[in-house]
Design a protein around this ligand. Structure first.
Ligand SMILES: C[C@H](O)[C@@H](O)CC(=O)C(=O)O
Ligand SMILES: [Mg+2]
Length: 429
């Protein structure tokens, strides 16, 4: 069916009051209300694409404004026209001569770009069969060609075609390995942590992430509790959400090294590439890697993190950078530098979207599961039409065409800020 021209773009400010129960809390985001700028694009032939970007409450209205500002660049284009030269469409959004000043390719405007492009990919994902050449033509190599050329990217994707069918079958049977962050948000009590951890163990989880960084004594107590419960073999990861200076990070994590974390996540400012390199070097003898990416602006930053050996785990995010286009570049660069990708997920909708990217990474790019797993957080999936399916701590591949980004209409209505039922009733309290 011809896709027609894009004739409508709607954006909604959807917020969930997760801070009430401290879901999602960490050392820097103590009261997150998981939220989304949720985009619906419509074509004049009646097709719809759904996209979103993730936020944590206040400020979502600014992302909504930024999406509105991008609208004129999208309206009137047809899907065929966009996908015939997706690289140029990507540049149209990210390099607009006036709007790039409020980025470029970072911050609010890039979150908005992610939401819009995620909707375009959702629309496109309904059509099947994207060959390596087509995928590479979606990537903007500007600013990364010194680390990855178009030819190298194509070569990596061509190599990824070998054994593809077997890997697809493996995924359909076993799913993609996941880890959980749901047991140990920073605001949870020890009792909650114990209960959730024993339930997760019973459900078959083998890797657990703990929030750290506010008080060292609390971190020691909580990590000890979890390590005792999960035993020496299972994986434990710690996440500081950018709380420390570089030296402080090394000292703090050294104190926690007895609990053998596989990685420390976002130990310091997400912009500090050389700082991460220093921390990586200092922690390597302790067998602890450094992970980051959920607040990494774009492919250019990832390139430098990789060039500087500043990360041992790349955490792509489906809604932070420029959608599939930019994540393709990051996945392929990570493969070239031989650094495993372990995506950031959770939030609202992040698991739904990123599962597509990590399955693609395994099937077509890295072709390996070594040191790889995808984050899972057990909140808010009921608000999606095709929620993630977890079986025995593995993501089972989605079977419905699209980016799994469509939300349940009544959920959107109820949670639209500030006039949806949920927010109106809370404001009356
Ligand atoms: C504010 C978010 O919940 C953040 O803590 C998520 C995160 O760092 C993670 O899942 O990793
Ligand atoms: Mg994190």
């Amino acid at each position: 069916m011809p896709s027609g021209k894009i004739c409508g773009l709607t954006v909604k400010d959807v917020r969930f009051p997760t801070s009430l129960e401290q879901h999602g809390s960490d050392a820097m985001h103590t009261d997150p209300d998981y939220s989304a700028a949720y985009v619906i694009i419509e074509t004049d032939s009646g097709m719809r694409g759904f996209g979103l970007t993730f936020t944590v409450g206040r400020g979502t209205e600014i992302v909504v404004c930024a999406v509105e500002a991008l609208r004129p660049l999208v309206l009137g284009k047809s899907l065929d026209e966009i996908t015939a030269d997706f690289r140029s469409f990507y540049r149209l959004l990210t390099s607009d001569g006036q709007m790039r000043w409020v980025g470029p390719e970072k911050g609010v405007i890039h979150l908005a770009t992610a939401a819009v492009l995620n909707a375009v990919w959702d629309l496109w994902a309904r059509a099947e069969g994207k060959e390596p050449e087509k995928l590479v033509s979606c990537i903007d190599f500007r600013y990364i060609s010194d680390a990855l050329t178009e030819e190298e990217a194509l070569d990596i994707l061509h190599k990824g075609q070998e054994g593809k069918q077997q890997r697809e079958e493996d995924m359909l049977r076993e799913g993609y390995p996941a880890y959980t962050t749901s047991c140990a948000w920073l605001g949870y009590t020890d009792q909650q942590l114990t209960q959730l951890c024993s339930k997760a163990l019973a459900d078959g989880w083998t890797a657990f992430k703990v929030k750290v960084g506010a008080e060292l004594d609390d971190d020691i107590r909580r990590c000890r509790l979890i390590r005792q419960m999960i035993g020496p073999e299972k994986f434990l990861m710690i996440d500081a959400n950018q709380r420390w200076d570089v030296g402080e990070a090394v000292a703090w994590v050294t104190h926690l090294s007895e609990f053998q974390p596989l990685w420390v996540e976002e130990p310091t400012s997400p912009d500090d590439i050389l700082g991460h390199a220093h921390i990586s070097k200092a922690l390597a003898p302790l067998g602890i890697g450094v992970a980051s990416g959920e607040q990494c602006h774009n492919r250019v930053m990832f390139k430098q993190f990789l060039q500087a050996s500043a990360l041992q785990f790349v955490q792509i995010d489906s809604c932070r950078v420029g959608s599939v286009n930019e994540n393709l570049a990051i996945l392929i660069m990570a493969s070239k530098f031989n650094v495993p990708v372990c995506p950031h997920a959770g939030g609202v909708g992040l698991c739904e979207l990123v599962q597509h990217l990590i399955l693609f990474d395994y099937i077509c790019v890295s072709t390996s599961l070594d040191k790889r797993m995808c984050e899972y957080v057990d909140h808010l999936h009921e608000h999606f039409k095709n929620p993630t399916l977890i079986r025995n701590a593995h993501y089972m591949p989605p079977v419905v065409p699209g980016f799994s980004s469509e939300m349940v209409e009544s959920s959107v209505d109820k949670h639209t800020y500030p006039h949806g039922e949920v927010w109106r009733s809370m404001n009356q309290l």
